[in-house]
Unconditional design. Sequence first.
Length: 665
Amino acid sequence: MQAPSSRSVHLSEWRKNCFAIMSGTCTAGQKADAYRAQMLRIQYALASAELSQACAARLFRRYAEKYSAIVDSDNVETGLNNYAENVFTLARSQQTDSDRWKSGLSVSNVFKMSPVQEMLQAGRRFRDAQRAPASAPVVVHAEAVTTHPAELSARGGSGESGRCPPSAPGPDRPRDVPGSRPLMGPQSPQPPVVTDTPKTYLTSAARFGEVATAQFRAAPLFGNVKKENSRSPEASAGPSVSSSHPRERKAGHVSGTTDAFSTVPSKAFGETQEDGQREESGLPTFKTAKEQFWADQHKRCRQPLRASGPSYGGVKKSLGASRSRGIFGKFVPPVPQHEGGEPGGGLQCKPDSAGPAGPGHPADERLKNVEPKMIELIMNEIVDHGPPVTWDDIAGVEFAKATIKEVVVWPMLRPDIFTGLRGPPKGILLFGPPGTGKTLIGKCIASQSGATFFSISASSLTSKWVGEGEKMVRALFAVARSQQPAVIFIDEIDSLLSQRGDGEHESSRRMKTEFLVQLDGATTSPEDRVLVVGATNRPQEIDEAARRRLAKRLYIPLPEAAARKQMVTGLLSRERSCLSEEEVALVVQQSAGFSGADVTQLCREASLGPIRSLRVADITTITPDQVPPIAYVDFENAFRTVRPSVSPDDLELYENWNRTFGCGK
Ligand SMILES: Nc1ncnc2c1ncn2[C@@H]1O[C@H](COP(=O)(O)OP(=O)(O)OP(=O)(O)O)[C@@H](O)[C@H]1O
Ligand SMILES: [Mg+2]
């Protein structure tokens, strides 16, 4: 029965204080005093487990809501010691009597109060328990514990502590202390009044903050401090941090109140300097997302989106086409084809995309309805270039190569000639059996056309951004138009533009439709130089509407004898081999029906023959020169394990489709 009675005493006190605060006859100062006292009581009750956390949080919230107009902060640090001034500033417009008020609370008498003493001890215990595993904060801790509150006001305003104003509230208190940081504004908490003691105090406040709900931030600085500090170089060099060990530094941040406070205004100040407009007016100016985007764009056009360095040779993300399929997996990113351009050209605003309105501007115009997030994704993840692949690297497929040069490369290089009827098609489809070089052709276009090359895999468009695919497609084309001349290469395009059926997902259907709209050029101008190149080994699955839009459908067949010979000799030229002309001809003859990939695999297998003929002991010791050359016998052995990957039946299907829809001879 003891507990309820003690509790009821507290409750009656709270009620009384609540009444005092609400009383219309109280001055603002009295109200604030009562409020502070009440806060302390609640904290004390919480620390001694007389109040539940939920109940305390509720009370805090209630008080904060009710008296926020006269009390600037509920934080023990800032509130207890300097509320008078901030309350005045805050309440000046609302409380006419507040100017005459002088608080009865001061640092010395507050610290002498027994609830505060108890709180300090509780906080110390809590902090010690928290810090037990870390050795770092020892220095900070010691300082905090040995500092007596009475010393603090005496120290305020000089030396290290001089950053903070003296702690005694009241009219005598100087508003600005030499060496202190600029204030953030009337509504912002001032820099800490006490430099050292709050280290202890903050800990108790932290506990306090933990129990408070998200709405009521009893110790907001505790959470913010860490964040701010981690960004502030000054913080890490602050006096409270006595070690460079990361762990120690972290601990120092948490408990180092001096740093913590000093960084808050410093950050705010930094932001002010960053933003020209804010700097001018001194007031925060509101920017819409669109305005922000334009500003960002403007900045980017003046300086490369990223430093060109990292994009050259850096690990670049891609939508999946590049990595999983290995198209550009080993790519050293672009050495751009534009003369005078900077490496990584695709990422910068190109001069030729600028148009009449000046560098970068039309590019922005085209992107105005596109979410910046999407643009960022596309710019960062899709734009890609490959290592140089020349037309000579592609064996055979002469007709396809000539056609591509005609409709892709030359129009990109000489747009003035390829206009009107000679204008290039908007879409090309490369189709044929697997491993015949369709992707290789894509890489070659990337290298040779001088266009910004967007390589995406349809499957990643459909899977990665479920529901966002439609927007992504729109953004992709918008960005491509802003970076033109541009080639959008979509490998495995069948998975993006397959026949639309009843069972398909709504989002995928919408994406397909959007793609068709974009491909149709409804939203493009005739001058736009954006070409879509699709590659597939399942052409029969492509939607008829898409088929029509991919006007040039080029069959990439299995390599003929001459092409296979070119591949074999090309691959063998990089190794030591001793095949005669006749033996090479035999290999070519026996590899009829092989795709380019199969031929490559055959040569790889054969090249292992000489190694296999060695004894294991020799392999560990011989030099590369001592490896025996590849001989015909190695090919004979390789033919036993490497078979053509395309069946005659499959081939028949491709031939038929080519006869029906292909644009070849
Ligand atoms: N015409 C070719 N000339 C030279 N090498 C070729 C040729 N065709 C294929 N290759 C070799 O085969 C490998 C695979 O080719 P690629 O990835 O371009 O085939 P693909 O037609 O895209 O196949 P899939 O339809 O399965 O995607 C290439 O990296 C290359 O080594
Ligand atoms: Mg491919």
